[in-house]
Write a protein that binds this ligand. Structure first.
Ligand code: BG6
Length: 475
């Protein structure tokens, strides 16, 4: 019983939320750099408000991140002190291809990640690389319309191949796209989509989805050809949808919402568009540019594992009046009266993690990897630099216990667990620094003020013990 000996414990971050150094090392600009802090952020993320250059009125948190570009050695040393077996990070596409459509990569960008990877390996930490965590070179947005355009497949493939070649023998675990289903919910942030007036948005989003799915399959193919040791995964923003009542109408409503996410993983894990997806596209009059060659690629190059993020479950109703009470913009949900919520209204449901894992494993029968889970909260640093984040310990404690139950009692094959934002970072949805997830506190505030010094929180030592005991100390 228990987790397997080589269970991959660790933490996860994304380039645009930590690195900063946005104009250093030959790096180009990306969509994610242009997400402003403040009230316009949501409209920009959604592709409704087009902001393709910086302006004076806004603060852009990705420019500074937590300045990991200059602190990565110190940060990785702290991860090693916690005993990390794996560190999940993303590579900024624009450090490697500043414009995105060049043939030759930017050597300085490659060298930066090589050093970062070597630093991990020095401590025996396995790198888990997200090839694309929401970023898309802004030049590709302006010139080609981002993932609206089939040409993106070639640009992405060139980028992915460059990474596979360069980091061969050093990186084994890869994820092709972070939360691929996010493109339906935040199309500019996740796929560089800006909508023109009168454009059929559903048509655009599903077209982009298809191109990303083909790009993911091609990257899986090339990744394995370059090194057959590579393990290549897809990634989903997951979380079960519960029906609001036992009324079959509500049960069906919850199923339909789940399908919006399974649309992606059904293709990536099983290798073809499921019947419900084809029917839905047909009913919505959405025509996708799916070639015979695309179909073969999707079929022949499915992923090795399914990675996912889990923060919460959701509640769905078939009644439009009830649905008016839904909250949250990216994944709107009704309140679940049985659950408490975080300060940002995300409902806390540890058992929901086990339920979600069962749904995914029953559906796909392939290894799972929890690559994001954690609690975004306001932390207080005292005058003597103590940060008591017992609420975060509670949250993770409960979730990890349910994760272990899913392995030990349900027999699910799970590769690892990487806590999201293992070091405080910029929030993707709000752009805030005060929404903190880390075991390590970073002295930085919402609009870039602060010393950027790092401090261990109470959870730091707790997580160290969890890893050292392979989770047994929680029993
Ligand atoms: C996931 C993303 O959606 O959730 C991360 O992959 C993000 O990039 C995380 O940071 C938590 O969300 P937020 O909005 O609290 O940062």
């Amino acid at each position: 019983m228990g987790l397997k000996k080589d269970f991959l414990w660790g933490g996860a971050t994304a380039a645009n939320q930590v690195e900063g150094g946005y104009n250093q090392g030959g790096r180009g600009l990306a969509n994610v750099d242009l997400l402003p802090y403040g009230k316009d952020r949501e409209a920009v993320m959604a592709g409704e408000l087009s902001m393709l250059t910086f302006d004076e009125e806004h603060y852009y948190p990705a420019q500074m991140g937590i300045d990991m570009y200059h602190h990565y050695k110190e940060d990785i040393a702290l991860f090693a002190e916690m005993g990390f077996k794996v560190y999940r990070f993303s590579i900024a596409w624009t450090r490697i291809f500043p414009l995105g459509d060049e043939e030759k990569p930017n050597e300085e960008g490659l060298r930066f990640y090589e050093q970062l990877i070597d630093e991990c390996l020095k401590y025996g930490i396995k790198p888990l690389v997200t090839i694309c965590h929401f970023d898309c070179p802004i030049h590709l947005v302006k010139r080609y319309g981002g993932w609206k355009n089939r040409k993106m497949i070639d640009f992405y493939l060139n980028y992915a191949e460059t990474l596979f070649e360069r980091f061969k023998g050093k990186v084994v675990h890869w994820i092709t796209f972070n939360e691929i289903n996010m493109l339906l919910h935040a199309p500019f942030m996740a796929a560089g989509l800006v909508f023109e007036e009168g454009e059929n948005r559903e048509q655009v989003k599903y077209t982009a989805a298809h191109y990303e799915l083909v790009a993911s399959a091609l990257a899986t193919k090339r990744g394995k050809e370059i090194d057959d040791q590579n393990l290549i995964g897809c990634m989903l923003a997951a979380g079960e949808n519960y029906p609001n009542t036992p009324n079959p109408e509500d049960v069906m409503a919850a199923k339909l919402i789940d399908r919006e996410s399974f649309f992606f993983t059904d293709v990536q894990v099983r290798g073809y568009y499921p019947a419900y997806a084809l029917k839905e596209l047909e009913m919505k009059n959405i025509r996708l540019d799916i070639t015979e060659e695309d179909k073969q690629l999707l079929k022949n190059h499915t992923v090795d594992y399914l990675a996912f993020s889990y923060y919460s479950s959701s509640v769905a109703s078939a009644d439009p009046q009830v649905n008016e009470l839904r909250e949250g913009n990216l994944f709107p949900t009704l309140k679940n009266p049985y659950l408490k919520a975080s300060e940002w209204g995300w409902q806390i449901d540890p058992l929901g993690l086990r339920i979600t894992m069962n749904t995914l494993y029953d559906r796909y029968q392939c290894p799972l990897f929890i690559v994001e889970n954690g609690l975004g909260a306001i932390d207080v640093k005292t005058a003597d630099d103590q940060i008591d984040d017992s609420y975060r310990i509670d949250y993770l404690n409960q979730h990890i216990k349910e994760m272990m139950a899913a392995v030990e009692l349900d027999g699910i094959e799970l590769l690892g667990f990487t806590a999201w934002g293992c070091i405080d970072l910029v929030s993707a949805s709000t752009g805030e620094m005060k929404k903190r997830y880390g075991f390590i506190y970073v002295d930085a505030q919402n609009e870039g003020q602060g010393t950027f010094k790092r401090f261990k929180k109470k959870s730091f030592d707790w997580y160290r013990q969890v890893i050292a005991s392979n989770g047994e100390c929680l029993k």
